[in-house]
Design a protein around this ligand. Structure first.
Ligand SMILES: [Zn+2]
Length: 310
């Protein structure tokens, strides 16, 4: 990120009414598709609603080159929006070295904070698994060379995703890359694995993120798993406009609903909402390399000395 953007972001923080951003109400939506056509009618109002709900930052991953460009365009228009660039496994037909070259040039934008979302999807399997794997491996290699963390999508493919990531983090190319020197290498988004996978992922320098599904009444195994997951390695997300939390299920999701995810995690961990917000927000800032941008008048650190009323 350039110094100019750092300065602008810091100015934005200093200019905000700090009381609006106590840790109890400050959240990061680490994964939302604001560029999608479901938001064409009310995109700016939707982003304003998120800000009013306490969502300080939103990270918009790409699913293909066009969406990655759209994510960057939104990030240029909205101070609170950052972009990730990448090609989703369901959209990786025809992915080749030319696609990587294009992603590399998009990733040079100062508001691009990750490569994603990338991964494997055996549920839809719109693209042959071998091609999905090829696209995933090429984008992992790109992320390592750029020193950007990865946002991983895995649907009914946890075993193969784990095999690819295990080989990647243990390979020489990764270990000598700038990414290996960062606090975290990637996130397993909308985590659907078990405790063993979570623990292995922590060992790779990965973290997890959870969204709407934790609020589903029938998600019993997830409810049992959550308290065993390290809260300091868990980011919040909505995956809007998808994976809408209860009680809005069946309708369009949007980042303002992330408070429902926070509240359900609060119950599952048996802590205060501010504890969940504080842990997940400071993790997200570290993960995306944005702590410096938000260190001036930092509401997260101010909160440490402020009485908290969960
Ligand atoms: Zn997504």
């Amino acid at each position: 990120m350039t110094d100019r953007l750092h300065a602008e972001a810091a100015e934005g923080v200093a200019g905000d009414d700090a009381s609006r951003f106590t840790p109890a109400s400050t959240l990061v939506d680490s994964h939302c598709h604001l560029d999608q056509p479901q938001f064409d009618e009310d995109r700016d109002a939707m982003i304003d609603r998120a800000r009013s709900a306490g969502v300080r930052l939103m990270v918009n991953p790409g699913i293909d080159l066009a969406a990655s460009r759209a994510a960057i365009a939104l990030a240029e228009r909205h101070e609170a929006v950052y972009a990730a660039v990448g090609v989703h496994p369901n959209d990786c037909d025809g992915f080749d070295a030319g696609t990587v070259k294009e992603l590399r040039s998009l990733a040079a934008h100062p508001k691009v904070v990750a490569i994603g979302e990338i991964g494997l999807d055996y549920y839809w399997e719109t693209v042959a698994p071998a091609q999905q794997r090829r696209a995933l491996e090429m984008q992992l290699e790109l992320a390592a060379s750029l020193g950007l963390p990865v946002i991983i999508h895995s649907r009914e493919s946890n075993q193969d995703v784990a095999a690819v990531l295990r080989a990647w983090v243990n390979g020489q190319a990764f270990r000598s890359s700038p990414l290996a020197r960062r606090s975290y290498a990637g996130v397993l988004h909308a985590f659907s694995g078990d405790l063993a996978l979570a623990q292995e992922a922590y060992g790779w320098g990965f973290i997890l993120s959870l969204g709407g599904p934790v609020t589903f009444k029938n998600a019993r195994s997830l409810h049992e798993l959550v308290p065993q997951l390290d809260m300091t390695r868990l980011m919040l997300e909505t995956d809007a406009p998808y994976l809408t939390p209860h009680p809005h299920r069946g309708r369009r999701n949007e980042p303002a609903y992330i408070t429902l995810v926070r509240d359900r995690l609060t119950e599952l961990y048996g802590v205060t909402p501010s504890a969940v917000a504080q842990a997940s927000t400071s993790l997200a800032l570290r993960f995306f390399g944005l702590e410096d941008a938000y260190s001036v008048g930092n509401p997260f650190t101010q909160g440490a000395t402020t009485p908290q009323h969960g």
